[in-house]
Ligand binder design. Structure first.
Ligand code: ZN
Ligand code: ZN
Length: 193
């Protein structure tokens, strides 16, 4: 990615200053609204960038080369998101078990050609697949259930089906939308373009 100059939003969280981006993540705990990035790091629905690119000296007294402000232009830390919904969507459909998120970026934001790297990220929308993930079911999604290691969309019948009672955790869309704004994505969104 080609970086342009970093810019500030005055270091303050202001609703009118947020910049929307789109990204892909795993849903970690729906009720706590925590997510796991594709790289395996966890964040909550509002979170602050951490810089892990630091080294401690042998005496463990000082930290060097961590970002003074997160993210710095030269570093890789911060929350990544695409500018363009379709770029995020292409990644989303290639990674089963993920969700597409619309996020608002705040604080210090570094703009790249196709996306942003930000200091503060708030997840605004959780986009889910409109139809049941069971093979050729094609009924409207009713809830999400944890299956092996990630959440998937299920219709009402499959959500309540006896065979699926071994799901470790599940939540209806009605309950989830008490926590976060939801928006369905047609499974064939890109094919229609
Ligand atoms: Zn950093
Ligand atoms: Zn179904």
């Amino acid at each position: 990615m080609i970086s342009k100059s970093p810019y500030y939003v005055n270091g303050e969280v202001k609703e009118e200053d947020n910049i929307l981006g789109f990204k892909v993540a795993y849903l970690d705990k729906p009720l706590e609204l925590s997510f796991t990035s594709l790289k395996g790091t966890q964040y909550s629905y509002v979170d602050f960038a951490k810089c892990l690119n630091y080294k401690q000296d042998k005496a463990n007294t000082s930290i060097s080369s961590t970002c003074r402000e997160k993210p710095e232009y030269f570093c890789t830390c911060g929350f990544y998101s695409y500018k363009n919904f379709e770029h995020a969507y292409k990644e989303y459909i290639s990674r089963p078990g993920t969700f597409l998120l619309t996020v608002a970026n705040f604080g210090k934001i570094i703009e790249h050609e196709f996306g942003y790297r930000s200091e503060i990220q708030e997840v605004k929308y959780l986009h889910y697949r409109e139809f049941c993930s069971k093979y050729i079911c094609n009924k409207k999604t009713f809830g999400l259930a944890l299956h092996t290691s990630s959440y998937g969309e299920l219709c009402e019948k499959h959500y309540n089906c006896g065979k699926n009672q071994n799901f470790k955790d599940k939540i209806t869309l009605d309950d989830l939308q008490q926590q976060i704004m939801l928006e369905a994505i047609d499974n064939n969104f890109l094919l229609s373009k």
